[in-house]
Ligand binder design. Structure first.
Ligand code: SOE
Length: 380
């Protein structure tokens, strides 16, 4: 069968631009996709750096103005890997131009911003997706499968953390390339939108909607030099964000994200406790799933430490042979492959922009609750 051509226009060449480009190159080599993917153009403001990025990854052309890229008739899919304050404008223009749109997380800086993006892609009826990649770690996808099998029974608890330590130094500036995550006007929020958003996306995918939250946030370092103005300016982001939550299914949860947990670089952990089973997963050991089933015979009952590398387990038949594990970058490849497989059949693949909005509605409620010091409902 001849494959349809799919020309990609990537915006942004940072860490995520590289992760996405790798996925674009790998997906068709390991999955049987309905599209032939072409790296058509990459866009960013610095012409020299964007040229060198294009040469390295094999993009055919470069642009320095995203509007030009979005208008190009030879581009089918716009991928947004630029800072959060650019997501909405680009996504809306891309949808209006009839392009498929993929966007880095969080979808918007606020739910209001995300809503305008959802409206645009739904009005244009274009395939859309948010890069919440951790759903597609095989061990995490396996938890979803085990839950859908009904093994867990009633769910009582969900627990998630995302711990880092890279902003502890008072001398770290805010703003500009690499450090825009510390500038609230660009990022929208601190760890709530950057890290907790991952935890929330996975949690709602596994355990359903979150209905209310009670949060506490802290900004430990109140002022930092701004890279763009050269002045010492107030810090507007949350450095740490913790919240309690209630899910629609009646289960209770705790969530914690921080960039001040010395020694932890990117420790995403999650645990779910049901009537019969529990599961625990840890990003630093991402190919392993800890699983407990109380229905096992009592003399051998205990936590199983499953090395998720078998062809029967999610995504793994596309890779090596049983026992050989895969890593972080594969989650992006899985996500892109799923997106194209669904798009080829005219179907949506989650997390769509609407799912991204659902996460932004929770992060908005978290930030509001931290201010009001009250439980806050999650808006629908
Ligand atoms: C922040 O350090 C960060 O790069 C996030 O922006 C990513 O989404 C997360 O996956 C890893 O940490």
């Amino acid at each position: 069968m001849t494959k349809k051509q799919l020309n990609i226009g990537l915006i942004g060449y940072g860490f995520m631009g590289r992760a996405h480009s790798n996925a674009f190159l790998q997906a068709g080599r390991f999955f049987d996709l309905p599209y032939q993917v072409n790296l058509k153009a990459v866009c960013a403001r610095n012409p020299e750096r964007v040229k060198s990025f294009a040469d390295n990854w094999g993009y055919e052309s470069i642009e320095s103005d995203w509007r030009k890229l979005v208008e190009r008739p030879d581009i089918d899919l716009i991928d947004i890997a630029s800072p959060n304050d650019t997501h909405a404008e680009i996504a809306i223009a891309a949808a209006k131009a009839g392009k498929m749109v993929m966007c880095e997380k969080p979808l918007g800086r606020t739910a209001a911003e995300a809503k305008t993006m959802v409206e645009a892609v739904e009005a244009a009826n274009v395939p859309n997706m948010v890069w919440y990649n951790y759903r597609r770690v095989p061990a995490v996808t396996l938890i979803k499968q085990l839950l859908e099998d009904g093994r867990f029974g009633r769910i009582f608890h969900y627990r998630a953390k995302f711990l880092q330590d890279w902003t502890i130094s008072q001398d770290l500036p805010q703003g500009g390339e690499g450090l825009w995550r510390l500038d609230v006007s660009v990022a929208g929020s601190g760890v709530t939108g950057d890290l907790l958003a991952h935890n929330i996306d996975t949690a709602m995918w596994l355990n359903g909607p979150i209905t209310e939250v009670s949060a506490v946030t802290e900004t430990f370092i109140k002022e930092r030099q701004h890279n763009l103005t050269g002045k010492v300016e107030p810090v507007g982001i949350d450095d740490a964000s913790l919240f309690l939550a209630r899910f629609e299914n009646g289960s209770l949860a705790t969530f914690e994200a921080t960039r001040y947990a010395r020694g932890h670089k990117a420790l995403y952990t999650l645990e779910i406790n049901g009537e019969h089973c529990s599961a625990f997963w840890d990003l630093h050991d991402l190919h392993r799933l800890q699983y407990f089933d109380h229905r096992d015979q009592s003399i051998v009952r205990g936590w199983r430490n499953i090395h998720v590398s078998d062809g029967d387990q999610p995504y793994l038949k596309h890779w090596w042979v049983p026992g050989l594990q895969i890593g972080y970058e594969h989650t992006f490849t899985h996500q892109f492959a799923d997106f194209l497989l669904a798009a080829g059949e005219g179907k949506a693949s989650a997390p769509t922009f609407r799912d991204g909005l659902a996460t932004d509605l929770v992060t908005d409620a978290v930030l509001k609750s931290a201010k009001t010091r009250q439980w806050e409902p999650v808006a629908k």
